[in-house]
Design a protein around this ligand. Sequence first.
Ligand code: GAR
Length: 187
Amino acid sequence: MKKIVIFASGAGSNAENIIAHFKNSNTANVVAVLTNNASAKVIERAENHGVSAFVFNKTELSDGTVSQKINALQPDLIVLAGFLLMFPKEIIENYPDKVINIHPALLPKYGGKGMYGMKVHQSVLESDDSETGITIHYVNEKYDEGAVIFQATTIVEDCTTAEEIAQKVHELEYKHFPEVIEKLITQ
Ligand code: GAR
């Protein structure tokens, strides 16, 4: 059985969707959720599915504590699903091509430090873009710059609020992220 570990910082709706997707799978399941936010909703969501959640602080992310935790878990894939801190270089180096992230836009557009969640959708709303989408990519030492694995698009020309765009993007995320993870982990 392959092991997936998820990092998330907030609501965790993607994390929950991935956990649910693999719950009765014969090939893989989510063994832990790690978060830097002690009040993140993702903790409750994970525990409701019987998945352990571990909270860490910024120091533990950079001093090797989180890296040791990962080594103890021995994941086959590390999934960042709404994780908002820079991911440690040490873990990326220890797990080549095994750390992936989802970004709620069509990278390289609307990426980089500080571009996350509603900020991305607000920027799309204020642009002339007729479409946006999702990007699933490998994680490297720069925000949102790793090699692209998968993109999907959605039309936003009729959207009048960032919330509407967010909803369309979330739908794409829920549909495609578990499938892409499954492909990567079984290939
Ligand atoms: C998701 O839309 C994800 O793509 C985005 O945060 C949201 C988390 O929602 N990630 C980023 O913006 C990373 N730069 P969730 O916690 O409900 O899954």
